[in-house]
Design a protein around this ligand. Structure first.
Ligand code: SF4
Length: 371
């Protein structure tokens, strides 16, 4: 497991992104990839991880690196923390650099298939870093999952390589993503602005689809990039056209020094409501507006926000059972931001943003029912 650190998140872009940034006024790229002086303004309560899943996993008598588990059906595997470019607002900037070797990947696959707490596991999410940066390792991992974990029916791969370095999507990658006998492959991607869908990017996604992958999208709501209705409507329409399913619209995580990328939850809810309930998008193109909290993802429905404190945090209600969590992840510990309610379900405090406006007072902030 990569240890969290509070070091410098170096600026990293690919030749492709540099080319595009040099071409035209593409603020939506610069804001996502270039270091901003505002990053030095670290706020109290900002975090270095989006949730506290970093429990030590012990398997076959030894610690197992590169595995996280919060949910019943899903194991998250991180074969590498390397990416083609560094998205400034991403949690991965706070991780140490690491890559798992083949022996470790084989153990990860055996863990998915044989650990007692994983008997209900049906999916593996391969993330990082970007797993498509190390295609041969990914190929090895997929073969190992096929061999050791026949319970796994879906392998999801999180990547921004098609957007950041589309030339990498080649025959070797298509071969690594070939269909396996025991699971299907889905690709999770983040497209945050319709302008990112350059012709090279569209072709790269098409090549992945030709290799047999189903692709879905998880957009991050970013201040000054996509926090307006017209941009979001255009984005979901473009993705629908490309047969990329819109899944999540994430509220930007309160990562250290990245508040300038965040909107308030109230603004996110306003945009999500207009995006989903205004008739401007079709039913197959509507994302769920979701926050990544210390206990996992919470989609914001009516009544999800229960309270607001004087530190700018909101109390969110979840449907996660504490007992189930301990059953599926025996070493999991309740984070200090969370507690268990009278029904045994987890509630968690989550840092909101003012979105650049004056801070709301506890009395004027969103409370019960405002979601
Ligand atoms: S969003 Fe993906 S590509 Fe960007 S820094 Fe995070 S892990 Fe890397």
């Amino acid at each position: 497991m990569a240890g969290a650190k509070h070091g410098v998140f170096h600026e990293k872009t690919s030749p492709f992104l540099r080319e595009k940034m040099a071409e035209s006024p593409v603020d939506f790229l610069r804001r996502q990839y270039l270091v901003d002086p505002a990053e030095s303004a670290v706020k109290d309560l900002e975090v270095d991880r989006h949730y506290h899943s970093e429990v030590e996993t012990v398997f076959e008598g030894r610690a197992l690196r590169g595995v996280e588990k919060l949910y019943r059906r899903l194991v998250l595997v991180e074969p590498t923390s390397v990416c083609a470019a560094h998205c400034r607002w991403c949690i991965r900037g706070q991780y140490d650099t690491f890559t798992l070797n083949e022996e470790e990947l084989d153990r990860v696959a055996r863990y998915c298939g044989t650990a007692p707490e994983n008997q209900d596991v049906r999916e593996v999410l391969v993330t990082g870093g970007d797993p498509l940066m190390l295609v041969d390792r990914l190929d090895f991992l997929l073969d190992a999952i096929e061999r050791h974990a026949p319970n796994v029916r879906v392998v999801r791969i999180g990547t921004r390589v098609p957007l950041q370095d589309p030339r990498r999507v080649d025959d070797r990658m298509a071969h690594a993503l070939r269909p396996r006998s025991t699971f299907r492959i889905e690709i999770a991607t983040h497209v945050n602005h319709p302008g990112e869908l350059f012709s090279e990017v569209r072709e790269a996604y098409q090549r992945l689809q030709d290799a047999g992958a189903v692709i879905y999208d998880q957009t991050v709501l970013l201040r000054g990039v996509n926090d307006n209705l017209d941009t979001l409507v255009e984005l979901v329409e473009e993705l629908r056209e490309l047969r990329i399913e819109m899944h999540y619209l994430f509220h930007c995580v309160p990562i250290r020094g990245m508040d300038h990328h965040r909107t308030s939850l109230a603004e996110g809810l306003r945009l999500a409501r207009l995006l989903t309930s205004s008739g401007r998008t079709s039913g197959r193109a509507k994302p769920m507006f979701t926050a990544m909290t210390d206990i996992g993802k919470i989609t914001l429905y009516e009544g999800t926000i229960l309270d607001r404190d004087g530190d700018g945090r909101v109390l969110l209600r979840s449907g996660y059972s504490h007992q189930d969590r301990l059953r599926w992840t025996p070493n999991w510990r309740l984070p200090s931001s969370a507690h268990v309610d009278e029904d045994g379900l987890l509630r968690v405090w989550y840092l909101d943003s003012t979105g650049g406006a004056e801070p709301a007072t506890a009395a004027s902030g969103a409370t019960a029912g405002s979601a």
